[in-house]
Design a protein around this ligand. Structure first.
Ligand SMILES: Cc1cc2nc3c(=O)[nH]c(=O)nc-3n(C[C@H](O)[C@H](O)[C@H](O)COP(=O)(O)O)c2cc1C
Length: 186
């Protein structure tokens, strides 16, 4: 099973990253830092001739994502939603739907995803909309939403005090390990 973590924070070593690392520690997971990619905003060509699309890192990033079986979205909550960098990437899925809808949806439908979201302003209540947004996005493209964890933290490292989030992550980890065991050849 191929696993990737999409790190959506604008900073390194933050709470969402730490939560994701607790989830995949010791596992063979591809670490995809969105800050390493330049992703331009979508241009809506749905009702006109398509193109030109931006010459940026979108295809490179998408290819890396499409290789995976399990996607872990590790994201801070920014203004009660996802960071712009992650939203730009997901907006561009509309480009793939326009360019190669069947192939894109077939490949997305093979995937499962977890969402780990960290915020500091009552995240279990005010972060619900973000989780719902992911649910709708995954439904649309056929990704199976396998679970989520909301954590609380502001300064890097705060998440280590959120025992509830850490324990929820341990449970997801057990799910992943069980699935990997079921997949491995005997
Ligand atoms: C631009 C920005 C917007 C933020 N907006 C929210 C918010 O709406 N709700 C919230 O709970 N926390 C908000 N925060 C706090 C971050 O979610 C919090 O510090 C989190 O730990 C950051 O994740 P990271 O450490 O993985 O970068 C915001 C932080 C920034 C920088």
């Amino acid at each position: 099973m191929k696993i990737a973590v999409l790190y959506a924070s604008s900073r390194k070593g933050g709470n969402s990253e730490r939560l994701a690392k607790a989830l995949v520690e010791g596992l063979d997971a591809d670490s995809i830092f969105l800050t390493d990619y330049r992703i331009e905003p979508i241009i809506d060509y749905r009702h006109t001739e398509p193109g030109p699309y931006p010459e940026d890192d979108y295809r490179k990033l998408l290819d890396r994502v499409l290789k995976q079986d399990l996607l872990i979205f590790a994201t801070p909550i920014y203004w009660y939603g996802m960071p712009g960098r992650l939203k730009l990437f997901i907006d561009r899925w509309s480009q793939s739907l326009r360019e190669n809808r069947k192939d894109f949806l077939e490949r997305m439908a093979e995937k499962r995803a977890y969402v780990l979201a960290v915020g500091d302003d009552d995240p279990h209540v005010k972060g619900k909309a973000l989780i719902e947004q992911f649910r709708h996005i995954f439904d649309f493209v056929g990704i199976r939403f396998a679970g989520h964890v909301i954590g609380r933290g502001n300064r890097p490292g705060d998440i280590e005090q959120d025992s509830e989030a850490l324990s929820a992550v341990r449970k997801l980890r057990e799910q992943i390990l069980a699935e990997m065991g079921a997949c491995s050849p005997r």
